[in-house]
Design a binder for this molecule. Sequence first.
Ligand SMILES: *[C@@H]1O[C@H](CO)[C@@H](O)[C@H](O)[C@H]1NC(C)=O
Ligand SMILES: *[C@@H]1O[C@H](CO)[C@@H](O)[C@H](O)[C@H]1NC(C)=O
Ligand SMILES: *[C@@H]1O[C@H](CO)[C@@H](O)[C@H](O)[C@H]1NC(C)=O
Ligand SMILES: *[C@@H]1O[C@H](CO)[C@@H](O)[C@H](O)[C@H]1NC(C)=O
Ligand SMILES: *[C@@H]1O[C@H](CO)[C@@H](O)[C@H](O)[C@H]1NC(C)=O
Ligand SMILES: *[C@@H]1O[C@H](CO)[C@@H](O)[C@H](O)[C@H]1NC(C)=O
Ligand SMILES: *[C@@H]1O[C@H](CO)[C@@H](O)[C@H](O)[C@H]1NC(C)=O
Ligand SMILES: CC(=O)N[C@H]1CO[C@H](CO)[C@@H](O)[C@@H]1O
Length: 675
Amino acid sequence: STGHELVMLNEGVVLVTVPAFIGCLQDIFVNSQLVVPEEWLSDSAVNMTIGCSHRDRCQDSPCQNRGQCTNLWQSYQCRCPRPYEGQDCAEEYETARFGNEDSQSYAVFTITDDAGSDITVSLFLRTHRHAGLLLVLANSTSQYLRLWLDKGRVRVQLHNFETLTSESFINDGDIHFVSVVVDREHLVLYVANQKQGSVEVRTVDSQMGDVVYVGGLAEQKASSAFGGYFKGCIQDLRINSERLQFFRLDTTVTSYPLVLMANVTAGCAGVDSCSRNPCQNGGMCYSMWDDFTCTCPHNTAGRRCEKVKWCELAPCPAKAECRTLNQGYECFSSATFLDNSSVLSYRGNGRIQRGLASITASLRTRKRHVAILHAERGPEFVTVSVQHGLLFLELQSGEGSSTVSLSSRVGVSDGDWHSVHLFMVTPWAEVSRWTLVLDEEVDEAASSNSEGGNLDFLREGVDIQLGGLGPKAGWSLEGCLGTVEVGGIALPYYSPLEVNLPRIQEEQFLRTSPNPPRSGCSGGPVCQPSPCMNGGSCQDLWNLFNCSCEEGWTARRCERNTDTCASNPCIHGNCSIQGLAYECACEFGYTGVDCEEEVDVCENHLCAHGGTCLHGVDKYACLCAENYTGPYCNRPKLPVSVCGDAARNYICFNAGNCTERDLSCDCLPGFTGHR
Ligand SMILES: *[C@@H]1O[C@H](CO)[C@@H](O)[C@H](O)[C@H]1NC(C)=O
Ligand SMILES: *[C@@H]1O[C@H](CO)[C@@H](O)[C@H](O)[C@H]1NC(C)=O
Ligand SMILES: *[C@@H]1O[C@H](CO)[C@@H](O)[C@H](O)[C@H]1NC(C)=O
Ligand SMILES: *[C@@H]1O[C@H](CO)[C@@H](O)[C@H](O)[C@H]1NC(C)=O
Ligand SMILES: *[C@@H]1O[C@H](CO)[C@@H](O)[C@H](O)[C@H]1NC(C)=O
Ligand SMILES: *[C@@H]1O[C@H](CO)[C@@H](O)[C@H](O)[C@H]1NC(C)=O
Ligand SMILES: *[C@@H]1O[C@H](CO)[C@@H](O)[C@H](O)[C@H]1NC(C)=O
Ligand SMILES: CC(=O)N[C@H]1CO[C@H](CO)[C@@H](O)[C@@H]1O
């Protein structure tokens, strides 16, 4: 039967293997002599009885924990399923607990044979964690096999390259059997004997002296690249057939020696994770094996209900936008600045720890010169302003560094909203260049030539002025600002009394100026009273007015008339509109732009041949010299002839001949009439 080998020799048959015969023999002759059993029972008979009674040794199910029993007639053998061991499979490899009390635990083993290119790693594991390092096989030059948890799945990686991820999730707190099989060409991953994937690989070469890290690496940083130290339990870990025993149980099986073990404890009992009240804000804790869940009250979230959904509690005034912060919440809104009385001042609350290396704001103004934010301490200062319509940063910070001066390429005083983001290019550095991004146009960002330090001097004890250089210094902002943030911490417009819930964030800037800002963004009263004249109607374009003029009027305030003749400007003449002006056509006798001047009618008179001009009301007359006549004396006088006697005479003009006979006139051609 199995286990018994026969070797044929020339002379006969020889029984070679050691296990003794188990069974019954009868009727045995040696050299034709019956060997009587009784004789056997003498001195040299061992472990033999008379008769042939037989009992199935497996009948009593001696193998525990689903061990498979083989009947050996006089005894039995158990084939134990993992993780059980021992004659009756009653013993179990002790489970190793990693990360107990959240400690950093790991174990190191040495490989003491040349496993070569065929490696099978297998283990039971139980965890609630979605990440953590399970096992690393390494030689002096490389970590050639890594096994870790990633998002609740097992991942295995060979040569820092070929990678497989399990399909199933194993972070459910149940026990899972995971195995990785590597041969010359393939890497295969199994979870509970179910193949999760296979990938072609380059050959590995595991050699004597290589080490196995379990649960983490010696260095925390190196471990965190694979999700940190493992938290959970590992049992019956084997590489090929070699056990990696954390707590020595079975000395009969071959094991790789344990070199070092840190914070690994025996057993895998669940801890009452709720005993330490992990759920915050009134969350209900439910204990699970090695874990807990919190049932969070309304408006809280997170594994430990640590995230309060502050904004769902509507802590901000109606006009403000609530934003949840890492800690607490803040109300973001805009405020209107009218003049130098609107200037606000702020101070850090003394608990600001973070580095301050940026300023963000949004701005709306039409003024070309205003200060937005200003603060100074000794030689250090920071000013964000608008100068000549461009946005400016001036900064003096950091020992011995030069002044940073940075301006936008495009104007901002056009009455539209503009967002401003100023930040140190390398905020962790002592000094660095500063960059300005306007309206999120990253491509148009401007960077300073010189390097400046950070704004940490604003953390405490320094007044930060918003909207001017202070109530007395002018440069006041006329316009609106959104909530300004320094290093990501808001300079809030609402006081603790104006919000419905306390601000719980450690790091805060507090308003120190007594007057609350005008909330919301409204323009100045540019139309009250109306600047438009002559019945024009005023249009409020936010800090800018526009007049719609009545017909006949024009200019910014409708102060100019377009019907230039409406006022009858031509005193002695007719008016005509010429564009925005008029022209007078003067009546005779008048001159001047408005025909206001009387003309001398005798000026340029036409009286010829020395005729004298006589002034009339609106015309002149010519008094002609002797021998000339006509209205303008330009006709020579012709002689007269007289006939008849003193009693009866007759006169003919214009060289007409007077005839004595009938006292009549003979006229020159061209003349007619009796005389
Ligand atoms: C007799 O059997 C027992 C139990 O199987 C065993 O321990 C013992 O070695 C045997 N004796 C000899 C001489 O083989
Ligand atoms: C055990 O865990 C603690 C807590 O995480 C850690 O500070 C300590 O270094 C660990 N011990 C060893 C030997 O690594
Ligand atoms: C370390 O292991 C890799 C991968 O098996 C192998 O290529 C390399 O030669 C080994 N280095 C040493 C020093 O054994
Ligand atoms: C601040 O405003 C008031 C009122 O407009 C004005 O009288 C005063 O001169 C201003 N101060 C400065 C420094 O401009
Ligand atoms: C100002 O008013 C005039 C007249 O109503 C109009 O034509 C013009 O478009 C207005 N300007 C703006 C900027 O609204
Ligand atoms: C003025 O207008 C009237 C009416 O159209 C016209 O009769 C007169 O001649 C004009 N006078 C002048 C100086 O053009
Ligand atoms: C007038 O009389 C003179 C002299 O007799 C003569 O020469 C002239 O032609 C006459 N004129 C006319 C208009 O008859
Ligand atoms: C001033 C002048 O020239 N008078 C003359 C007018 O005409 C008569 C007749 O022809 C002359 O005798 C005058 O001398």
